[in-house]
Write a protein of this length. Structure first.
Lengths: 113, 113
């Protein structure tokens, strides 16, 4: 299995909602990432988990809360988001946190109303 | 800040022609990678070139790296309509912590059948 699976593919939420994005990989990778991508822009790093520990938080607002329950799963909990948080949220994994090849999921297209 | 700057921002060619995209960066790197993204989808890793390499091939792809000019180019030969996508360079900055893969702004390639 060489896939990174993200669910849901699309999500529409109001500013008072709480929702979660889910990411799963079964490649035995020990580094997992969340990226945010606005339309026609490059992906921007949000969080990095290395060996299930949060290694990097790129000054992301607290309304985004990551969680890594085990080495195969990565969640992003969303609460009280703003319309400007609407974007494609991409999960990625790599065998180790050495900036070599990243494997990306297809993303969750999030719209905040 | 964005490390990589792709040039051109958009490129339109006929099927069968070659497509060349360039990437410039500002600081020393450990490696440079190229990724492809179909519209609204995840990124797919294409090729990685290390700072001590000058050229690398993979199928119809040819990547060059000139560390003295801090630039790289991606050549796609004999393009196909299926090559239509956005292409991003990503740099692993030397001296930065692990996990810091920084994406450039991307080149949008359109291959006309």
């Amino acid at each position: 299995d060489t896939e990174v699976t993200q669910t849901p593919k699309h999500l529409v939420m109001g500013m008072t909602n709480k929702k979660s994005l889910k990411c799963e990989q079964h490649m035995g990778h020990r580094a997992m990432y969340w990226y945010k991508q606005k339309a026609k822009k490059p992906p921007e790093l949000m969080f990095v988990y290395s060996y299930e520990k949060l290694s990097i938080n790129e000054s992301v607002p607290s309304r985004f809360s990551p969680e890594c329950p085990n080495s195969s799963l990565l969640n992003l909990h969303l609460h009280a988001l703003q319309p400007e948080d609407s974007a494609l949220y991409l999960c990625a994994s790599s065998p180790s946190p050495r900036n070599e090849k990243l494997f990306f999921g297809s993303g969750t297209q999030l719209s905040v109303l | 800040s964005q490390q990589g700057e792709e040039d051109p921002q958009a490129l339109s060619i006929q099927e069968g022609e070659n497509a060349t995209m360039n990437c410039s960066y500002k600081t020393s790197i450990n490696n440079l990678q190229w990724y492809r993204q179909n519209s609204g989808r995840g990124l797919v890793h294409l090729i990685l070139i290390r700072s001590n390499e000058r050229e690398k091939h993979s199928g119809r792809l040819r990547v060059t790296l000139d560390t003295s000019k801090k630039s790289s180019s991606l050549l796609i030969t004999a393009s196909r309509a299926a090559d239509t996508a956005s292409y991003f360079c990503a740099t692993d900055l030397r001296g930065a912590g692990s996990y810091q893969l920084t994406f450039g702004k991307g080149t949008k390639l359109s291959v006309i059948p």
